[in-house]
Design a protein around this ligand. Structure first.
Ligand code: NAP
Length: 285
């Protein structure tokens, strides 16, 4: 039986590892703040002492951490992933990072005899809980094939892209679009409100037209209730905007509306809203 590891038990990692356990997989978990592992241990997970320990005990280890800095610290740091990688070990990083970070991790894991897949996910807390994420993968194709059972438990669809880094790039393009959609949506709700339109009417009209989307229908009612409990923390949305803009800068691609949206998320972070849901960007307005 394949042994799985899961590193990073935050909003997404907790839901994903829970689905693996509920499907009967053998899972060993680790989180920097150990207490977060408790609910998973209650579901039958084993708890590793360090990330290296989990990788050494497992055949395939997943990681879901905040950002490029966290992904690198987890991989290259003391007691980190690389210390546990040897021939036959496999590592799948599902965090949202930039292509360079993914490539650095890929080369380091390969150099130690392991296999690596980048597999960032499209979908938020609810799809993670429902097992309906979309995986955007690149790296070792044999690992993609070997991990398909686990990916199918946690997601509804997986893509494999031929060049290392394309999973990260796809994820950043998608989230850049999502981030600008949210700021435009928030501005529309605020303008409508100011001129006397009912926000519920705005939502209903959107719902009947070509710009309707699950995100507006899910977030709209929560934003009206001022419920900003984090499904996707605003600090991570701003990180994704920043990484997408850096990608644009690197290839001389102007990104006008995304730059403006990034500033809106920066302002919200400056105002202390980083740990709220990214829809809290409406509070800027
Ligand atoms: P989260 O709840 O903030 O969890 C972040 C996780 O990263 C925690 O387990 C945290 O450990 C760990 N971490 C942070 N710095 C670390 C370090 N230096 N070393 C080791 N572990 C570290 O975030 P999340 O919402 O689950 O998101 C995780 C990733 O998924 C991010 O890249 C995000 O952009 C991406 N994502 C999120 C969503 C979403 O809707 N939430 C959707 C798609 C993709 P501690 O508990 O010790 O702080």
């Amino acid at each position: 039986m394949t042994k799985y590891g899961f590193l990073g038990i935050g909003i997404m990692g907790k839901a994903m590892a829970t689905n693996l356990l509920n499907a009967g997989f053998d899972v060993t978990v680790w989180n920097r703040t150990a207490a977060a592992c408790r609910p998973l241990v209650e579901l039958g997970a084993k708890q590793g002492k360090t990330a290296a320990d989990v990788v050494a005990q497992s055949d395939i280890t997943f990681a879901m951490v905040s950002d490029p800095e966290a992904a690198k610290a987890l991989c290259f740091g003391k007691d980190g992933v690389l210390e546990g990688i040897s021939e036959g070990k496999s590592y799948i990083d599902v965090s949202t990072v930039d292509a360079d970070t993914s490539s650095d991790i890929y080369h380091a894991v390969k150099a130690n005899g392991g296999r690596f897949l980048e597999a960032p996910v499209s979908g938020s807390k609810k799809p993670a809980e429902d097992g309906t994420l979309v995986f955007l993968c690149a790296g070792d194709q044999s690992l993609y094939e070997d991990a398909v059972d686990a990916l199918d438990v946690m997601g509804k669809k997986s893509f494999y892209f031929p060049r290392m880094g394309q999973g990260a790039q796809m994820k950043l393009v998608i989230n850049m679009i999502m981030g600008t959609m949210m700021t435009a949506f928030a501005e529309g709700l605020c303008l409508g409100d100011k001129i006397g339109l009912e926000k519920t009417d705005i939502l209903d009209v959107i719902g009947q037209g070509a710009i309707t989307c699950p995100m507006f229908q899910l977030k709209g009612p929560l934003m009206m209730e001022e419920n900003f409990a984090p499904a996707f923390p605003l600090k991570h949305m701003q990180k994704d905007m920043r990484l997408a803009l850096l990608q644009g800068d690197a290839c001389s691609q102007p990104l006008y509306t995304s730059s403006a949206a990034n500033n809106a998320y920066l302002k919200a972070r400056q105002d202390g809203r980083g740990d709220e849901d990214f829809s809290a960007v409406i509070k800027n307005l």
